[in-house]
Design a protein around this ligand. Structure first.
Ligand code: ADP
Ligand code: K
Ligand code: ZN
Length: 432
């Protein structure tokens, strides 16, 4: 049932003991890096004085800006030749940041990914097609080594060339896929274009989706389209990449691996912990990384702990799906808006297809928001009156959610520009 039962169902009291012990080791290691070495000295922080989980609050935060200003080697705790791999973040926002790993770190990471995939139901009898960028992006090699560690047959398919992806699936009897959720809709269209039915013409039984925000409704659409269960995978390159938090068979939140990542949720303004179960910014401290430990790293991702225990028996707490990142938020006519709020509304409409984009622009000195939405094929008809009615209904429901009335433009399926990697949901052309 479990990949590593001695860790996954460890009683919480023992998990805390393990965390404290590993935290002290991590701090001692961190102190060897130029950045933390100087900072700890300046702030009088001694690793051995951090004795309880609450003591963690005395430690400084680390931000993406800290990583950037100490680029490239400021956080490295070992001589350069001790590191064996680096990965850069995909740089959705601003300059990339770099993370180094030594052999211990790579083994630990592969094991976490294997544990995660096992938790979602992958087994060594599966054929696992990894449809995502290899190279600097962590989803490629991260899932490759993790799924190999688990013993699955892994197809390093990488991203793009959808027809070839389908051919690989058919040639090798792919049973499981990892990819970003937005890609699965494109994949499905390609099946349809080829006159194929994924349920009839493939052996697919399990999807792992992550790397970009998506709603529960989006997941359900994917599951219905393919007749395949889709499990949410969360990670970020600063915490290795994939293998930080993962759904189990119950699909009721993501178990965050607390033996490897000390997890806090804070109010991004006051920097104090939020009450249990409330939403805030995720903050991680690595507990099993040697070359480049990070202390209280502010992810900018927003979520909450789901209270209560999971029926699967794992004792590691569950995170709710990421509702957005603090840097995704935009302000329009004085209202704070997250793209996922809009997606949630759109997915309530059966007429709405799979892609949408939110455009912000300045017209005659006023900020305006327009949502361009691809319709389902069956609904993209010449009936102008029906389309206008639908636009109005969508605009009203979005307004109820975000308190601003958007313009709504309904467009033909497949007509919005597609990005190679993560979906781009907001285009901000405002003159600030
Ligand atoms: P970046 O996108 O910042 O360049 P990464 O490639 O490391 O760097 O992406 C990590 C980010 O992707 C996370 O911080 C989070 O915002 C997003 N992400 C990853 N997995 C998920 C998921 N399952 N749901 C929502 N967002 C996710
Ligand atoms: K195998
Ligand atoms: Zn569970």
């Amino acid at each position: 049932m479990y990949w590593k039962p001695e860790i996954e169902i460890l009683p919480r009291a023992q998990l805390h003991t393990l965390q404290i012990q590993r935290l002290q080791e991590s701090l001692a290691r961190a102190a060897q890096s130029p950045y933390y070495g100087t900072l700890f000295r300046k702030q009088g922080i001694r690793p051995e004085s951090i004795r309880t989980i609450d003591d963690v609050r005395r430690l400084p935060f680390t931000t993406k800006d800290d990583l950037r200003s100490n680029f490239p080697y400021g956080f490295l705790t070992v001589p350069k030749q001790g590191a064996v791999r680096l990965h850069c973040s995909s740089g959705t926002t601003g300059n990339p940041t770099v993370i180094f790993h030594d052999n211990h770190d790579l083994a630990s990471w592969a094991d976490l990914v294997a544990r995660s995939l096992y938790c979602a139901g992958l087994r060594d009898t599966d054929v696992f097609q990894n449809i995502c960028g290899y190279g600097l992006f962590t989803g490629g090699l991260g899932f490759q080594y993790g799924a190999e560690r688990l013993g699955a047959l892994v197809i390093p398919a990488a991203a793009g060339n959808t027809r070839r992806q389908i051919k690989l699936m058919q040639d090798f009897g792919t049973t499981a896929i990892h990819t970003i959720p937005s890609y699965l809709f494109r994949l499905h269209s390609a099946f349809v274009e080829l006159g194929l039915d994924p349920q009839r013409d493939t052996s697919l039984r399990l999807f792992v989706i992550g790397a970009e925000p998506h709603t529960e409704a989006q997941r359900q659409r994917i599951e219905a389209l393919f007749g395949v269960r889709a499990f949410n995978s969360y990670g970020l390159s600063e915490m290795n990449g994939p293998g930080v938090a993962f759904e189990c068979e119950h699909q009721n939140g993501l178990h965050v691996w607390e033996d490897a990542f000390l997890t806090e949720i804070i109010d991004p303004d006051t920097l104090q912990p939020v009450p249990d179960g409330e939403e805030g910014e995720l903050v991680f401290t690595t507990l099993d990384r040697h070359a480049m430990p990070l202390i209280r790293y502010r992810t900018r991702d927003l979520t909450r702990f789901i209270p209560g225990e999971c029926p699967c028996g794992r004792t590691h707490r569950r995170l709710d799906r990421i509702s957005g990142r603090t840097d995704d938020m935009f302000i329009i006519k004085g209202c704070n808006v997250f793209p996922m709020q809009i997606e949630k509304v759109l997915m309530r409409f059966a007429e709405v297809g799979t892609d949408y984009v939110i455009e912000l622009e300045t017209i005659d000195g006023n900020d305006e928001i327009t949502v361009k939405i691809e319709l389902q094929k069956a609904w993209f008809t010449g009936d102008i009156e029906a389309l206008e009615k639908l636009s109005r209904r969508i605009a009203n429901e979005v307004r109820d959610e975000i308190l601003v009335t958007p313009g709504v433009r309904l467009v033909e399926p497949g007509s919005l520009p597609k990005s190679e990697g993560k979906a781009v949901r907001v285009i901000d052309c405002r003159k600030s």
